[in-house]
Design a protein around this ligand. Structure first.
Ligand code: GDP
Ligand code: MG
Length: 441
């Protein structure tokens, strides 16, 4: 995946303060390959990489994560932004009937999506919806929509044989007005490839129906060709948005980026199956994740960035340089683990913590245990915390009583601290805090 690749690129960067232009450029070569592999169109990938390079140069590398992840995050954020972080639904706030027209290539999913949207609007939004098929090319296309209409319990315009698309549109508009419909959905014909006759037909229909929404329906598996489709439709019909279908398949998400870049219009919905309720608002974050192929790396990085305060890390680093790790340090690590759900900066690095972390992940240890450890340290004197070796049997009894625990519990805590302190000495040998943090990625 891209994050693996970037990891390699950034190995040599570890421990540095900020990204230089050369660092970023070499990373961006990897990003470009990843985008092309995800079927993003070449000119779109090129522009994206240029934009992100500008953003990433000079960016401070967070201490808590590897530079590779930091760049992945920058790339991810840029992808989300480019895919449209706002989620825009349909704009139907007009004097009824609002007209929604769907255009696109043959087989892209226009007819299915028309019915899905009609179901959505008539159900959840309680609109009175009528659908009309203007597809006079494909045999039985109008009947197909009528069948879907019955399934989703939405009215369809009665079929009149031999009528041309513009005339059907005119008739549909009239019927919708007369019968008090809130929304008129126009399903149109497609072609296997973009051709001028199709474009002329779309333009003529749009002139007659003056739609509030003209939605380009694109199969997300279209890949590199998506750009041509988008460019052609976008140049000739005033699109208001895009709908990507077959997002339930193994589309790599590149079409989404190309669509958005070329049309400049929001991707409003994603089709996620053949069933008539398989449509959902478009989620840029998920698609960005798909393009980068990095699962939850980004959310992990974000979590780390939120939870680790720079001063904390700074202070800890200073102590580790001296090979010191007392119970105060342990306490702040425990607090961090609680904040991060078992994902403290040092957790996983250190034998004692690794066990605790695994136990927490498996549900065997919960927050209560971390709180109990915190209570034990809380019951110790300042001296005891700084110098655990002075905690005698007598003191252990006092600490156990004070924290509502047992002497065995106190022993376990002290043993864990001992293991960690030993590990800290090892870390010091490995190059200190920075060396250790770079291994956390
Ligand atoms: P049109 O030619 O653009 O009207 O395309 P259709 O609506 O007739 O759809 C073509 C095929 O794609 C049909 O078999 C649909 O069931 C299928 N389809 C449409 N949208 C989706 C989707 O989001 N996911 C999946 N898996 N199939 C879809
Ligand atoms: Mg159709």
């Amino acid at each position: 995946s891209l994050s693996d690749r970037l990891g390699g690129v950034f190995d040599r960067l570890r421990g540095r303060g900020a990204l230089t232009e050369a660092d970023v450029r070499s990373a961006m070569r990897e990003v470009r390959v990843a985008l092309l592999e995800a079927d993003v169109a070449l000119p779109v990938a090129r522009k994206f990489v240029d934009d992100v390079t500008e953003k990433a140069v000079g960016h401070n590398v967070l201490r808590s994560i590897t530079p590779g992840q930091q760049v992945v995050k920058i790339v991810n954020d840029a992808l989300v932004e480019m895919l449209g972080s706002e989620n825009t639904g349909l704009d139907l706030d007009v004097t009824p009937p609002a007209v929604v027209m769907l255009v696109g290539l043959q087989g892209s999913g226009k007819t299915t999506t028309t019915a899905k949207l009609a179901k959505l609007l008539s159900g959840r939004e309680r609109k009175k919806v009528m659908m009309a098929s203007l597809d006079v090319n494909r045999p039985a296309a109008q009947e197909q929509l009528a069948v879907l209409g019955t399934q989703v319990e939405v009215a369809t315009l009665p079929i009149v044989a031999g009528q041309q698309p513009v005339d059907i549109a005119r008739r549909a508009l009239q019927a919708a007005k007369l019968q008090g419909y809130d929304v008129l959905m126009l399903d149109t014909a497609g072609r296997l490839h973009v051709d001028q006759a199709l474009m002329d037909e779309m333009k003529a229909v749009a002139d007659i129906a003056t739609p509030n929404e003209i939605l380009l329906v694109v199969d997300s598996l279209t890949g590199q060709d998506a750009v041509n489709v988008a460019q052609n439709f976008s140049d000739q019909v005033p699109l208001t948005g895009v709908i990507l279908t077959r997002m339930d398949g193994d589309a790599r998400g590149g079409a989404a980026l190309s669509m958005r870049a070329v049309t400049g219009k929001p991707i409003k919905f994603a089709g996620v199956g053949e069933k008539l309720d398989a449509i959902e608002p478009f989620h840029p974050g998920r698609v960005a994740g798909r393009i980068l192929g990095m699962g939850d790396v980004v959310s992990l990085v974000e979590k780390a960035a939120q939870s680790i305060q720079a001063e904390d890390a700074e202070r800890m680093a200073a102590r580790i340089e001296k090979g010191k790790f007392d119970l105060n340090d342990l306490r702040s690590q425990l607090a961090q683990m609680r904040r991060m759900g078992g994902l403290g900066a040092l957790a996983g690095m250190i034998p004692g913590m690794k066990k605790a972390q695994a136990a927490m992940a498996s549900g065997a240890v919960d927050e209560k245990i971390l709180l109990r450890m915190d209570a034990m340290i809380g019951s110790m004197t300042v001296k005891e915390r700084a110098k655990p070796e002075i905690i005698s049997a007598k003191r252990k009894i006092r600490v156990a009583k004070g924290s509502g625990t047992t002497v065995q519990d106190v022993n376990k805590l002290l043993k864990m601290h001992q293991e960690m302190a030993t590990a800290m000495k090892r870390i010091k040998k490995m190059g200190g805090m920075k060396g250790m943090l770079s291994m956390l990625g």
